[in-house]
Structures are given as structure tokens and as C-alpha cells.
Design a protein around this ligand. Structure first.
Ligand code: DHB
Length: 315
């Protein structure tokens, strides 16, 4: 099954403003090309103790979070899918896992959730292999774990599945290993990247860490990570292109202006996701970004995003 058409090719990133029923319907009514849910787990979760989100850090370079997978639990999201689909755009369910009062192994938690959301009518699944805030070590840093999660899903699930990846900028050998595995597993799309893990910021007035969980360390999102995300997008894009693998790359990381989105498209993204800036601006941001992207395309002699995907030139 092909992946659903995302138009405009700009959606929310899983997490910000995508936890509750109200938030998800607000995304449905917005100018976003799809609705992506918060990563859901087997059990409902309250998440980490507050303060767990610093929405706007140091000269507005980004946000730091350690939310701890606060979510309604997959059963509730499955119930919400039919109403969310009425907005007439794809509903993408982000699937994750967390230890939760029983010993269902990791891969079975993913499978149970994925089957329930497919059954409920979700158009696509985003398999989150990169949540940094439970242990600090995302699944996707271990190729064996990626295989362990994805093989049963590939066997059982018929709707398209993307995988949400962590940054690999400090481990290019690991990148090659995981990217080749994703080709072998025939994933339907790659979403890169999740937040830059293990970041810290400090309030100088009080000499206090900005967030409490995990010793104050959390995932960095927002403008600070744009160049890292562009590197991730381009690396995956080239890897797949050079091997003739037709796996779309969706860019996520640091988009706050239309020009940021255009850079993602030039680097190889065929759709983009917005996290921190959505938190700052609310769901009205999608119309602003898409309007600006369309203007940029027109002013540069293009008539569609497709014409510029991956066309960045060497210096
Ligand atoms: C959380 C953060 C993430 O970056 C993610 O991918 C999933 C969950 C969180 O802390 O809730």
C-alpha cells in the first residue's frame, strides 16, 4: 500500500499539542496536511514530574523536554480515530512503548498497539524508535532492537509504516548499519529526526536547571537543531537514492519559517513536521508556513515542492 498523500506536505511533529482529543481535533481543523498523534503506549501515562518542558530557551533557540510519554493510552487513541478522520486528512498514529505494570515484551507492545490502530482506521503508523526520555537510549541506536520491533510489525500490519529516527550525526557507522536495515525491512518512510537528546539549560536568576526529570537533561528541539536535522535528512536521502531504494524521507527538526521548510525539501525531505514552533505559535502555523513555501516556490520559478526535493547543490 502506498503512503497517503500529505497535502500540504507539512504536518505537526508527534508530541507538541497532539496529546488530547481537543488538541488532535484542532490539528484536524488546521492547515496541516495530516494529523500525527502523540506517541502512544500500551498503558495511559501521566508522564514525568513537572517542570518537564522548557518551551523557549536561551535566545529562543529552541525547547527542552522530558515529558515522559504522557499519553491517553492506545485504546483511547483508537477510539478517537474515526472522528479524527472526518477532517478529511490522513491520521497518522505514533506508536511507542514504555514499561507498564505487566511484562509484555517491547515488540509485543508495539504490535498490539499497531494492530488496534490499524483496525480503528488509522491511515498510517509512525513507529517511534527514538524516544529519548525514558532511558536516554533510543531503540534505534541498536540495530538488533530495530529488527526485533519492525519484523513482527512488517508481517502483521497492512497500512504504511514510517519509522521515527534519532540523530546519527555522531555515529556514522551506526547510521549505515541502521539505514541498510531499513532498506531490507522495506519501511514505507523515514521520519528524521527526533529531538537531540541529553541537552541541559539553566535559569541564571535562580541557578536552577530548567526541567526536573532525569537530572535536568531532555530532548532539544527548535531552531538550534535545524542544521543537524538537515544533515540527517540529506544523509538518509542520499543513502536511499544511491541504492535505488524508494523510501521517502520526512524532515523534522528546527522548522520555524517557510525558508526552514524549503531547506528541508532541498535536502531531500518530501514532507516536513513542525514541533517546537507549533508549540510557540499554535496550529495557525501551518497556513503561515505553507503560504510562505508556495510564495518561495513561485518567486524561484517552481510550481511544486516535488520539483525541489533533494536538489540542493554542492558548494
Ligand atoms: C517523548 C519524547 C520524545 O522525543 C518522543 O519521541 C516520545 C516521547 C516524551 O518524553 O514524552
Amino acid at each position: 500500500m502506498g503512503i497517503p498523500k500529505i497535502h500540504p506536505p507539512i504536518t505537526n511533529a508527534s508530541g507538541p499539542l497532539s496529546v488530547t482529543e481537543e488538541e488532535l481535533h484542532a490539528l484536524g481543523r488546521s492547515g496541516a496536511g495530516a494529523v500525527v498523534t502523540k506517541s502512544m503506549t500500551h498503558c495511559p501515562r501521566e508522564g514525568n514530574p513537572e517542570p518537564r518542558l522548557a518551551p523557549r530557551i536561551n535566545h529562543d533557540v529552541g525547547s527542552i523536554n522530558s515529558m515522559g510519554l504522557n499519553n491517553l493510552g492506545y485504546k483511547r487513541y483508537a477510539e478517537l480515530v474515526p472522528a479524527l478522520k472526518q477532517h478529511g486528512k490522513p491520521v497518522i498514529a505514533s506508536v511507542s512503548y514504555a514499561p507498564c505494570g505487566h511484562d509484555l515484551p517491547l515488540e509485543e507492545q508495539y504490535l498490539v498497539i499497531a494492530q488496534a490502530l490499524e483496525e480503528a482506521g488509522a491511515d498510517m503508523l509512525e513507529i517511534n524508535l527514538s524516544t529519548p526520555n525514558l532511558t536516554g537510549i533510543p531503540i534505534a541506536t541498536d540495530p538488533e532492537n530495530v529488527r526485533r520491533v519492525m519484523e513482527p510489525l512488517k508481517r502483521a500490519i497492512r497500512i504504511p509504516m514510517s519509522v521515527k529516527m534519532p540523530p546519527y550525526n555522531n555515529s556514522l557507522a551506526l547510521f549505515e548499519e541502521v539505514a541498510s536495515l531499513l532498506v531490507e525491512l522495506e519501511v514505507d518512510a523515514v521520519v528524521t529526526m527526533n529531538s537531540e537528546p541529553n541537552a541541559l539549560d539553566i535559569d541564571l536568576k535562580t541557578r536552577t536547571k530548567l526541567i526536573r526529570p532525569r537530572g535536568g537533561y531532555g530532548g532539544l528541539g527548535g531552531p538550534a537543531i535545524l542544521p543537524i536535522a538537515l544533515g540527517e535528512v540529506h544523509r538518509f536521502y542520499r543513502y536511499f537514492r544511491d541504492r535505488g531504494a524508494e523510501i521517502p524521507v520526512w524532515g523534522c527538526g528546527g522548522i520555524a519559517t517557510p525558508e526552514d521548510a524549503v531547506k528541508h525539501f532541498l535536502a531531500g525531505a518530501s514532507a516536513v513536521q513542525v514541533g517546537t514552533a507549533l508549540l510557540w505559535e499554535g496550529p495557525g502555523i501551518f497556513e503561515r508556513l505553507w503560504g510562505g513555501v508556495e510564495r518561495w516556490l513561485r518567486e524561484h520559478g517552481f510550481s511544486s515542492v516535488e520539483e525541489i526535493i533533494g536538489t540542493v547543490r554542492d558548494a
